[in-house]
Design a protein around this ligand. Structure first.
Ligand SMILES: [Zn+2]
Length: 295
């Protein structure tokens, strides 16, 4: 009997140790990030003291991501699980099962979310670098709590990232200060936070979820607006192609250029060493050209 109790206590001890283990193998903090911008922040701040798993595979579209069993295991075992409530219901469900809710971190909880006309929440906060600074500071706090021994490293990395994001914000403000046009026609309404920060007006063609094409009536209205505003460029995105974007561009004789919502990296971008900062700078150059900005 005593032996059995001892075994049970031992088993319980092992189970508890697994569930609350603050660090992954090799003494690193295990982090899951629901999609690329959150993974970027976690990797930059966690550095050599963290192992970050991005749940959205390279080249995949994060909206309505479906999880593989191995992802569910990764989330279950993560010391810190970064996600954005409402973007990926499968991830929302997975973090709901956490016994310790402080392991889960909803990036949207930190910012004032933008709403669209239909009341839906716009998740694309990371396209305003100053909002990513806010989220980065909170991620650093979570990592500190998970691995206090690495506090110095995390704080150092956060300072570095903050200054790069601040420089990016200054470059966007300066680069978009003197433009002939301010309207951006975008496939996928992902640029609301960016537009709000830098004085642009976004006219979304396909809606918040890039797979939702507009109705024929909506498309006609967008084309009418485009005929009035005569953009020379209409913006498509990397991960999804859109007939509607092409239709708007054809109707007004505009070019189609790529404005990247940075929801994920294509394998080629990852291999080329591109990251959030590099892709945002590409976006800035694309906007400056399309809006005829003087620098
Ligand atoms: Zn999106």
């Amino acid at each position: 009997m005593t032996k059995l109790v001892a075994s049970l206590v031992l088993l319980a001890g092992v189970a508890t140790a697994c569930a609350s283990s603050p660090q992954a193998a090799g003494g690193k903090v295990s982090v899951t990030a629901a999609f690329y911008p959150l993974a970027f922040v976690a990797e930059r701040i966690g550095g050599s003291a963290a192992v970050v798993t991005n749940l959205t595979p390279p080249g995949a579209e994060p909206h309505d991501l479906e999880l593989r069993p191995s992802d569910v295991v990764a989330i279950r075992d993560a010391r810190v699980a970064l996600y954005l409530r409402g973007l990926q219901p499968a991830v929302d469900d997975a973090v709901k099962t956490f016994q310790d809710p402080t392991r889960a971190f909803d990036a949207l909880s930190l910012i004032t979310p933008r709403h669209l006309g239909d009341g839906s929440v716009d998740p694309h906060f990371w396209l305003d670098p100053t909002l990513l600074v806010t989220v980065a500071a909170a991620v650093e706090q979570r990592l500190e709590k998970a691995a206090p021994a690495s506090t110095g490293l995390f704080q150092h990395n956060l300072t570095q990232l903050d200054s790069e994001l601040a420089q990016l914000d200054r470059d966007f403000r300066a680069g978009l200060a003197n433009c002939a046009r301010h309207e951006i026609f975008t496939g996928h309404t992902a640029f609301g936070y960016m537009a709000a920060r830098y004085g642009l007006r976004q006219i979304g063609i396909t809606g918040l979820n890039p797979e939702a094409e507009p109705s024929p009536k909506q498309l006609t209205q967008i084309i009418q607006l485009a005929r009035k505003l005569h953009p020379t460029v209409v913006y498509a995105e990397t991960l999804v192609s859109s007939r509607s974007v092409d239709a708007v561009a054809r109707a007004v004789g505009a070019k189609v250029a790529i404005l990247n919502p940075i929801e994920g990296l294509l394998p080629a971008q990852r291999n080329a060493g591109d990251d959030y900062l590099a892709l945002m700078r590409q976006n800035l150059r694309t906007l400056q050209e399309g809006l005829s900005c003087r620098s």
